[in-house]
Design a protein around this ligand. Structure first.
Ligand code: UDP
Ligand code: MG
Length: 339
């Protein structure tokens, strides 16, 4: 009987080996997913059984209040190691993924949603791309089934804005479903920030990347944890964590309005001098006050956002707290099973 953990420990530090002997981790963040978890495990195991690589599945329970933890810890597999990590409360998917990335031992790591919106059946294709030399395999959604036009439009606007404001490119319509090589995982694990906009963090290290297209399925059961307010927060967080360009835009707006004020003062002054015009009317005055007030409040708010970010980073709190961890050890290695 051997333990995958020991084997992977000394491999993890080395240069990645993208061969059939390598070790693959699949991270599944879950939050109140009792309705789909069994099916998810079945489909995932069936796929991993047919891979040549040794695999571990890392379930990260993000403080579920339902039976998710009990279900996940009851899973067994003759060939794959199953690790279940329980966070001490709901820290959010970003933190759950970070916990999974820290815990994963594989030379390649795949992140998969528990709700089966990311089909596990695509894993062999991802591994194939990785073995052919790519370090990151981004999975791009061809169609966003089960998502209304509003979600699709707002998503498109967000990516446009994000990529215009940030220096690196964040691939459009790529969620968290992706394969990441050990070297890239190590770089991501080193990123210390508390506000973890994962799409950005995944893109930040660079490396050799490729994209596979896939059809994103609708949720099998249960409810999405996202609503528009949360998405708006995430979008704002993404932009302010990766770019200070909005601050420059605020400065630009200030400069432009000051310039407009100078021009207007000149016009008003000349008109009064030449035609003895009375002071221009009330509506235009109110308009200018409102416009300037708006720009000022917006800029102060924007600055506040960045100061708030600094405040959160300065506290240096951990990203997540692990409450329990269970390792379902592998009974036998695949080679031993086959022998
Ligand atoms: N999730 C999580 N913590 C949370 C919210 C969600 O671990 O606080 C998990 C969830 O269980 C699922 C994945 O993240 O496996 C994606 O969540 P969801 O389906 O709600 O997001 P969507 O697919 O709608 O973007
Ligand atoms: Mg989902």
């Amino acid at each position: 009987m051997s333990s995958i953990t020991v084997l992977s420990h000394h491999r993890a530090g080395q240069k990645s080996e993208k061969d059939d002997e390598s070790f693959l981790s699949v991270i599944v963040p879950m939050y109140n997913e009792e309705a789909v978890l069994e099916l998810c495990h079945q489909r995932l195991s069936a796929v991993l059984d047919n891979l040549k690589q040794k695999c571990e599945i890392v379930y990260v329970d993000d403080g579920s209040s339902d039976e998710s933890w009990n279900i996940a810890t009851s899973f067994t597999s003759p060939q794959h190691q199953i690790r279940t990590i329980r966070l001490s409360r709901n820290f959010g998917k970003e933190a759950a993924m970070s916990a999974g990335l820290k815990a994963a031992k594989g030379q390649a790591v795949i992140i998969l949603d528990a709700d089966l919106q990311d089909p596990p059946e695509l894993i062999p294709d991802m591994v194939e791309q990785w073995q052919s030399g790519f370090d990151v395999v981004d999975m791009k959604r061809k169609a966003r089934h089960g998502e209304g036009w509003l979600k699709r439009t707002t998503a498109a606007v967000f990516y446009q804005l994000m990529n215009r404001l940030c220096e690196m490119q964040i691939p459009e319509n790529v969620g968290d479903f992706r394969l990441i090589d050990r070297r890239v995982v190590n770089e991501i694990n080193k990123l210390p920030e508390r506000t973890r906009f994962m799409k950005g963090l995944f893109a930040w290290p660079g490396f050799r990347r490729t994209t596979l297209m896939f059809d994103r399925d609708p949720r099998i059961a249960g409810q999405t944890k996202w609503n528009y307010t949360k998405l708006l927060h995430l979008a704002f967080e993404g932009i302010t964590s990766f770019s200070t360009r909005p601050l420059r835009i605020a400065t630009g707006a200030g400069l432009l309005t000051s310039l407009a004020a100078v021009v207007m003062a000149f016009i008003v002054f000349s008109k009064t001098m030449i035609w003895g015009d009375p002071v221009a009317g009330y509506p235009s005055t109110i308009l200018v006050i409102l416009l300037l007030g708006g720009i000022q409040l917006l800029s102060i708010g924007l600055m506040g956002e960045y100061v708030g970010r600094l405040f959160i980073e300065a506290k240096q709190r951990p990203l997540f707290v692990v409450m329990d961890e269970q390792i379902q050890d592998v009974v036998e290695f695949k080679e031993e099973v086959e022998a």
